[in-house]
Design a protein around this ligand. Structure first.
Ligand SMILES: Cc1cc2nc3c(=O)[nH]c(=O)nc-3n(C[C@H](O)[C@H](O)[C@H](O)COP(=O)(O)O)c2cc1C
Length: 187
């Protein structure tokens, strides 16, 4: 299995870092593509060391342009996660405006019927953002906002990140125990 991981310029690069770690643990291929803004914000949030770690954790890395070999429907990959997904990249994906490798591969995933998970992070949301999410969802994308739950009793930020990453793996059908699942009210 090989997944494309697109990292764009929304806050939350640590979700991408953790996803790359979890996929590596499972032996799943990880193609990393970072937008220019995604790289800048990851550097701000995780430091140079964090960005280096993301690169080390990927099995392949390409720039966010047409030099990336996965921009064609004939290329082999099993799905894509855009995490975090900026409102700008969401808007491109929602209207099929494929100006970058990330938005083009998302377009390919939708047209080929391969899983596409978008992890938007913005608040509050305008009606433009909401309509873009609805359009992408109707086209087949899974909209999985970076919205951690609190019912699993998180002890810190890592637990909140693991909840979101665990839910990404869940929707892709990848077994994981990254977070404590709800099993009913505690007795
Ligand atoms: C520090 C910082 C944080 C940002 N956080 C967000 C965010 O959480 N969500 C979002 O949609 N845009 C956010 N932006 C704005 C995007 O980075 C901007 O729209 C950019 O053009 C996105 O480009 P990209 O999608 O090609 O990466 C942020 C910008 C900065 C500088």
């Amino acid at each position: 299995m090989k997944l494309i991981i697109g990292v764009t310029g929304a806050s939350g690069s640590r979700y991408a870092l953790r996803l790359l770690e979890a996929l590596k643990d499972k032996g799943i291929g990880r193609v990393l593509i970072m937008s220019k803004n995604g790289k800048a914000i990851a550097k701000h949030e995780l430091g140079e060391e964090g960005v280096r770690r993301m690169r080390e954790l990927s099995s392949e890395e390409y720039p966010n342009d047409l030099a990336c070999p996965y921009i064609s429907g004939s290329s082999k990959f099993d799905g894509m996660v855009v995490v975090p997904c900026s409102m700008k990249t969401l808007s491109e994906i929602s209207i099929g405006y494929s100006s970058s490798a990330i938005s083009r591969i998302a377009d390919v995933a939708l047209k080929e019927g391969r899983p596409l998970v978008l992890v938007p992070r913005e608040t509050p949301l305008s009606s433009i953002h909401l309509e873009n999410m609805l359009r992408a969802s109707r086209a087949g994308a899974i909209i999985l906002p970076a919205m951690p739950a609190f019912y699993m009793g998180p002890k810190g930020i890592d637990d909140l990140v693991d909840f979101v990453v665990g839910r990404i793996l869940d929707v892709l059908g990848i077994e994981n125990d990254l977070y404590r699942r709800w099993v009913g009210w505690a007795t």
